[in-house]
Write a protein that binds this ligand. Structure first.
Ligand SMILES: Cc1ncc(COP(=O)(O)O)c(C=O)c1O
Length: 386
């Protein structure tokens, strides 16, 4: 990430009163604190204290069974032994890249994609490219994209599946589609070359750092060695708490229904106020997830630099995620913003949109004035002075 943007975002996160429409965090009000506290006590009370002991690299069998059953329900026949519990989806993506890529490989990604996956790709001396053909591997979010909030189009889905390249399927938001069930994962039909990534971060809480990686059987032994070499295993305590929560009488499906309703209402509200205050902008219509992907009008001519715009937005008391972080080539144009409806209180959305519109007018107005000044014919007095 551009260090200037990171500095601005860190400042934003620490500024009281700022309306943060960036970050992509889940809503704190949806963390089931009491139920997790009960699960924690139960986990600690188990005989042999597995929550406090070392475990195997693949992680808890109970948790892997739970993941396998849920994938089965979506058409993917995987066994618990095909699954490795990881420290969040982030580690699953890192392991997946390590398993299927060699330094220098091209990794096909969406034109706008998850920034931390792009960072991982770059750190491993791989190169992310916005296409699906002629690449060594593909990283994709078919069920629901971040930042688009949309399911992968049918044409893209077909293109992603073509050929023989390994596919890293990031399913992080699949359970948070507003309408209808999560689509059939690519894993269901391409078992031998899909590495499937899941997480509890979006639907339970990111603090537990519980994710998973489903690998083709031929990669299992190596995946386990890699996992063990990195951190031995995912946290026993976190896995035990998650197991007690998921298998101990909490109705997770009912929770998902509530979460989808909650985030859908927020998405609608944010979109409504954005359209009111920035009527000439375009916004993705999210089908789920946490965010709206926004573009100022392309007819705005010489659109302001995103760092300049973010600085102006912070001065107005609102923050967003600038588009360059989501692009494989880090291009800052065309200007785009990820605006999250997930974490900021929905009562602040209208004021957030007002502040954003004010910042936009400020940078745009100043630019127009500067341009006007440059274009304005000079008076005879000015010519004489020059
Ligand atoms: C698309 C996507 N994949 C993976 C992750 C990482 O999730 P985790 O917290 O499970 O590491 C995120 C987090 O924002 C994400 O948006």
């Amino acid at each position: 990430m551009d260090p200037r943007i990171e500095a601005l975002q860190r400042r934003a996160a620490a500024t009281p009163g700022l309306i943060n429409l960036g970050g992509g965090l889940p809503a704190e009000v949806q963390f089931p604190k009491r139920a997790l506290a009960r699960a924690f006590l139960k986990a600690l009370g188990r005989q042999g204290a597995p929550a406090l002991q070392y475990g195997w690299a693949e992680g808890s069998l109970e948790l892997r069974r739970w993941v396998a059953e849920r994938l089965h329900a979506r058409g993917a026949s995987v066994a618990p032994d095909d699954i490795i519990i990881t420290s969040g989806a982030q580690q699953a993506i890192a392991l997946g890249l390590e398993l299927v890529c060699r330094p220098g490989d091209l990794v096909g990604v969406d034109a706008a994609t998850y920034p931390a996956a792009l960072e991982l790709i770059a750190e491993r001396h791989l190169r992310a490219v916005p296409r699906w053909r002629d690449v060594g591997a593909r990283y994709v979010m078919p069920a629901l994209g971040n930042p688009s909030g949309r399911e992968l189009s049918r044409e893209d889905r077909r293109a992603v599946c073509e050929g023989k390249a390994a596919i890293l399927e990031d399913d992080a938001y699949a359970d948070l589609r507003f309408e209808g069930p999560a689509p059939r994962p690519l894993l269901a039909d391409l078992r031998t070359r899909v590495l499937h990534v899941g997480t509890l971060s979006k639907t339970l809480c990111p603090g537990l750092r519980i994710g998973w990686l489903v690998v083709p059987p031929r990669l299992r032994a190596r995946a386990l060695r890699l996992k063990a070499s990195q951190d031995l295993q995912a946290s026993s305590l976190a896995q035990s708490v998650a197991c007690e929560y998921l298998l101990g009488g909490e109705d997770f499906e009912a929770r998902l229904v509530r979460l989808r309703r909650f985030y859908r209402a927020r998405a609608h509200k944010l979109l409504r106020v954005l359209r009111t205050h920035l009527p000439d902008w375009s916004f993705s219509e999210p089908e789920g997830g946490f965010a709206v992907w926004a573009h100022p009008p392309s007819s705005s001519g010489n659109i302001p630099d995103e760092v300049h715009f973010l600085t102006a937005a912070l001065a107005e008391g609102v923050s967003f995620d600038p588009g360059s972080s989501f692009r494989p080539d880090r291009a800052a144009t065309p200007l785009a913003l990820r605006l999250c409806f997930s974490a900021a209180p929905s009562a602040s959305f209208e004021e957030g949109a007002v502040r954003l519109a004010r910042a936009w007018r400020r940078v745009n107005g100043r630019r127009r004035r500067d341009e006007g000044r440059r274009r304005r014919p000079r008076s005879s007095a000015e010519r004489a002075a020059a």
